[in-house]
Design a protein around this ligand. Structure first.
Ligand code: 6R9
Length: 587
């Protein structure tokens, strides 16, 4: 276990202790955090779900079907545009029909309750329909980012033993079918002709399918979704969540995102990331709220235009995006009417005070932090709409949860002392298991009585938690979680690379960038051309976001005597700092 230093690395600056003051009469779904923290019980949320009276569980019923039996039948559930010709809207009734049809398609492909089904698609309505259709048959979606290349796809579909993958003609070439014995069928969105024996056409099959398929009824403990995520060692691991997680999604979307009936809500995250499902699908739609999804690449003009065009009132995005908008300047937001916004939240990395203030300046609203992880499934430490907070702090534990800062033994540390950020197990969306890897799951609970997040933090005298960094080597680059081992494995597959060590290097916009230290094989000479070739190699095998943006050639990558890469030494080299104790380093 990495022991964090006993003092915060950054004490709150004058800036950071400045309070985000709220008007006393602010009207929020959670009007009094302190009172709720004392009295709230998760059991009180269960009555909002039909399963509390019927005993029949399926997220697609709670997120879609039940709304079609009442006033929300014709309410818009999803607005979609890609700013390139597609401009669509779907009511809850439309989604009931489309996801029923897709459930029929999956049944024809032989998918049954508990089977895993990959989704490997660009952000389009079909992706959302596919995920909900997978739920309807009681199967478990495994969403993949569109940017993934062959190795990343193979790792995730292979580990989850997905039986079917929903994909497109453009992406299917990155699915190495011969290496994936469990994968029987590809369902192709956008292809009707020239299908191979193991391929089905989404369009053809949907046109022949029935408009109503009853959900497969499950229990609260049955699987909901698997999200793959990175740790500091080994391949990516699959966090399996249970259906009961919806209780957490619903209540946090109500109290932290402050979602209301009349909101137009825009979660900018892709469903390949847990934020794009917990808060791009489950939270808003169990509440029956209208969601906006846009396809295509990031573009500051399009982003502000989206707020104006749909009159977005609640916006949930990530620090890298806020910083990229900030660096594009004030001229762009001034062109658009952003007056519909009433609340903004942030997730994925700490939001620096400068970016927070800039967003507040141009929208009138400060982004509120929400801290959580793939494994936690839901927001756990937040700043709330009704509650003042010091700028730069991560927030306070969500009512009904207990998060704090402890030492190596699990004992709470004094205010201002750095330690492990931990959570008391038992919140509704806590992962059920790490798929096929009990040992990895158990690692999260090695401090008795706590879920160990891997983050370091301190608490101040008022009980606010301040995130300080990771205790392990996990890299957050542009909000995405990247494991150094996966990048190193991709790097050493390049013929010129003998050894590679990867770290996150602090970066003003992306939070961190991936930096690789590489020792070359005999016969290869360092050059800028070779750096580019190696970076491109990672891009084409893993994913663009995992490619090193900086490469330094070294004679040898520092390792312990037992062969572990000493990333602490690499970080010191990178910053030009003393390397500290290297007595465990090999010669
Ligand atoms: C939802 C998500 C989890 C890690 C987490 C922490 C960092 C997330 C944060 C934050 C500071 C916040 N993180 N939210 N750090 N402030 N508000 O991000 O899941 O991709 O699994 O990453 O992200 O380091 O441990 P995931």
């Amino acid at each position: 276990m990495m022991t964090p230093p006993s003092q915060p690395t950054a004490s709150p600056t004058a800036d950071a202790v400045e309070w985000e003051r709220k008007p006393a009469n602010i009207d929020a779904n959670l009007p009094d955090y302190d009172a709720a923290y004392k009295s709230f019980d998760w059991k009180d949320v269960e009555c909002f779900f039909d399963w509390s009276s019927t005993g029949k569980v399926n997220i697609v019923h709670e997120a879609i079907d039940r709304h079609t039996k009442g006033m929300k039948r014709d309410k818009i559930a999803l607005y979609y545009t890609d700013y390139a010709g597609r401009d669509e809207k779907y009511t809850f009734e439309d989604l009931k029909i489309q996801t029923s049809r897709f459930a029929g398609v999956l049944k024809r492909a032989g998918v049954k309750k508990g089977d895993r089904v990959g989704t490997f698609l660009p952000r389009t309505p079909e992706l959302y329909i596919a995920i909900l259709g997978i739920h309807r048959v009681g199967a478990i979606p495994v969403p993949l980012f569109e940017a993934f290349m062959e190795q990343a796809v193979e790792d995730r579909l292979g580990n989850s033993e997905a039986k079917v993958c929903v994909t497109s003609p453009a992406l299917k070439g990155r699915i190495p079918k011969p290496k994936l014995p469990a994968l029987k069928t590809l369902i192709l969105v956008g292809q009707i002709e020239g299908l191979a024996d193991d391929e089905m056409s989404y369009e053809l099959e949907m046109s022949e399918a029935l408009d109503w398929v009853e959900p497969e009824w499950l229990t609260l403990d049955d699987g909901l979704i698997i999200h793959y995520t990175s740790g500091s060692t080994g391949k990516s691991k699959g966090a399996l969540h249970r259906q009961y997680a919806m209780v957490g999604h619903y209540q946090t979307a109500k109290w932290a995102l402050d979602l209301r009936e009349e909101d137009i809500y825009w979660c900018t995250a892709d469903p390949g990331w847990v934020t794009g499902t917990s808060y791009g699908i489950y939270g808003p739609w169990t509440l029956g709220v209208t969601s906006v999804v846009i396809g295509g690449r990031f573009d500051p003009d399009r982003w502000f235009e989206t707020i104006q065009r749909y009159k977005v009132s609640m916006w949930y995005s990530a620090p890298t995006a806020y910083r990229m908008l900030m660096s594009a300047g004030e001229v762009i937001p001034k062109k658009y009417d952003l007056g519909s916004l009433r609340h903004i939240c942030s997730v994925g990395e700490p939001l620096n005070p400068e970016a927070l203030k800039w967003i507040k300046k141009i929208t009138g609203h400060a982004p509120h932090e929400t801290w959580w992880m793939t494994e936690t499934g839901m927001q756990l430490i937040c700043n709330y709409r009704s509650k003042d907070f010091p700028i730069g702090c991560t927030g306070k534990p969500f009512p009904g949860t207990s998060a704090t800062v402890v030492d190596d033994q699990g004992k709470e540390v004094l205010p201002g002392t750095l330690g492990h950020l931990v959570v008391k197990p038992g919140w509704p969306a806590m992962m059920k298991e790490i798929w096929n890897n009990k040992a990895k799951y158990d690692e999260y609970f090695r401090i008795p009585g706590w879920y160990l997040s891997g983050d370091t933090a301190y608490k101040d005298a008022q009980g606010y938690i301040w995130y300080q960094g990771r205790a392990d080597d996990v890299i957050k680059t542009a909000g995405e979680r990247v494991g150094p081992f996966e990048v190193e494995s991709a790097l050493v597959a390049h013929p010129a690379v003998a050894e590679a060590g990867v770290i996150g290097k602090p970066d003003a916009v992306r939070g961190a960038i991936i930096k690789a230290f590489i020792a070359l094989r005999k016969g290869y000479q360092p050059s800028d051309q070779l750096k580019k070739e190696i970076a491109d190699f990672v891009k084409t095998h893993m994913a663009a976001h995992a490619a090193p943006r900086e490469i330094t050639f070294v004679d040898k990558v520092p390792k312990t005597r037992s062969g572990k890469i000493m990333r602490r030494v690499l970080r010191a080299w990178d910053q030009g700092l003393p390397v500290g104790d290297i007595s465990t380093m090999e010669d």
